[in-house]
Ligand binder design. Structure first.
Ligand code: ADP
Ligand code: MG
Length: 420
């Protein structure tokens, strides 16, 4: 099946050809016809499965075929949890609408100055991509009217709820009063609060779930290195970074503070490193992503929320310096490499006593993570030791290496079940 079979407007097809999109992804194949038919949909699929185009392409198709009577305010509203994601979705919208010159996209998010956003909002536009908090600010200042929203998209709904946006999302949805409003919800999982939200906001939604088995990161090789302590971790990281096949790497740490100190250490060693985390203001974050795209950064040290949505094709390696807090975070992290079908390598460093976490990840993804060692840097702890039970190990906790500290994001329902 090619994109032609979806019968999208010619101008959109032209842009897709230029972008090298030849075949729709499974989720696009399945969902786009329903979206075109005006149905409500709740879709669960993992990162990198092409969800953005799943809502943007039909939205643009509708605009192209049915130009609006010029009302003020957006015809499509995309709510996203983070600024990075907002920028990324807006950038895709601009690319897909290259040959639809009348279609304008506006992107608003917190941490950026108001005047520019105010100016953008004062001109006509069709697509609004926004984070909930800043959107509410603008609504309260009467700069945005949502009554003309024909399509409401909740992207990464699970993450939005995790970040405490449930009230704002409901408040926003209540203002999108168009009588034939279509609502689309995208989430890694359709459980708990996400389900409740879907029930509240949607009308007989069609559910599409791409099971993890079908969206396996088959083109990403997953490895694990067991380590004895923090010092051992550093040495293995150093060894990995000396690998000449690394183009660009993202190193994940569990705290912002540690991300900063790791960057200092890497810079000290002469590596082109930079941090990306929630303590940085929007300008700093944008600049960092831009530098990454330009290849001025070789090693980006990031925390989970900040790295969500990073879509840089040249990232060859993802390195989990600290294991993530949940299996979903693991999948999101490794999805930062191997973008758009490229191959990638995901490496995790873990203490032997955290082996049960690795087993949980394997069970969730249905894929095996192979154990590797660096010659001369083998772990002293024995890998045969059964470590499926969490708890204090006889070898003692590595100093600081596996803190899943208080600076982490809000608790999620899908935390690893192992107690700690
Ligand atoms: P998700 O939201 O599911 O994590 P994205 O929509 O961000 O995934 O898509 C991941 C990457 O794949 C992006 O770089 C996007 O441009 C690319 N992509 C999406 N659909 C296609 C397609 N049909 N053909 C080629 N590349 C695609
Ligand atoms: Mg997405």
């Amino acid at each position: 099946m090619s994109f032609k079979d979806l019968d999208l407007n010619e101008s959109i097809q032209k842009a897709l050809v230029e972008l090298g999109f030849t075949e729709p992804t499974p989720i696009q194949k399945e969902a786009i016809p329903h979206v075109l038919a005006g149905k409500d949909l709740k879709i669960s699929a993992q990162t990198g499965t092409g969800k953005t185009a799943t809502f943007l392409l039909p939205a643009l198709h509708k605009f192209a075929e049915k130009p609006g009577t010029k009302v003020y305010g957006p015809r499509v509203l995309v709510l996203v949890p983070t600024r990075e994601l907002a920028l990324q979705v807006a950038a895709e919208a601009v690319k897909f609408s290259k040959y639809l010159p009348k279609i304008k996209t506006v992107c608003i998010y917190g941490g950026a100055p108001y005047p520019i956003q105010n100016r953008q909002l004062s001109r006509p536009y069709e697509i609004l991509v926004a984070t909930p908090g800043r959107l509410i600010d603008h609504i309260e200042r009467r700069r945005i009217d949502l009554s003309g929203v024909e399509m409401l998209v909740l992207d990464e709904a699970d993450r939005m709820l995790d970040m405490g946006f449930i009230k704002p999302v409901e408040q926003i949805a209540a203002l999108a009063t168009h009588e034939s409003r279509q609502t689309l919800l995208f989430s890694a999982t359709l459980k708990g609060n996400v389900m409740k939200l879907a029930e509240k906001l949607m009308d007989k939604p069609i559910e599409i779930a791409v099971a993890p088995e079908h969206v396996r990161h088959d083109h990403i090789e997953q490895r694990i290195y067991y380590v004895d302590d923090l010092h051992h971790k550093f040495r293995i990281l150093d060894h990995i970074l000396n690998d000449t096949t690394i183009n660009q790497a993202i190193v994940f740490t569990s705290t912002k503070r540690f991300a900063d100190s790791l960057v200092d250490e890497l810079l000290e060693k002469g590596r082109k490193a930079a941090a990306l985390h929630g303590d940085m203001n929007q300008n700093q974050r944008n600049r960092t992503i831009l530098r990454l795209r330009r290849g001025e950064i070789q090693v980006l040290v990031a925390t989970d929320v900040a790295a969500r949505g990073i879509d840089v094709l040249t990232i060859s390696h993802v390195i989990n310096f600290d294991l993530p807090n949940s299996t979903e975070d693991y999948v999101h992290r490794i999805g930062r490499t191997g973008r758009a079908g490229a191959s990638g390598i995901a490496l995790s460093l873990a203490a032997m006593k955290d082996k049960y976490l690795v087993t949980q990840i394997e069970r969730f993804t249905g894929q095996q993570i192979t154990t590797h060692t660096v010659p001369g840097l083998e772990p002293k702890a024995r890998s045969e030791s059964r470590s499926s039970r969490p708890g204090p190990s006889s070898r003692g906790r590595p100093a600081g290496g596996f803190r899943r500290g208080p600076q982490r994001g809000p608790q999620r329902s899908s935390r690893f079940s192992g107690g700690r």
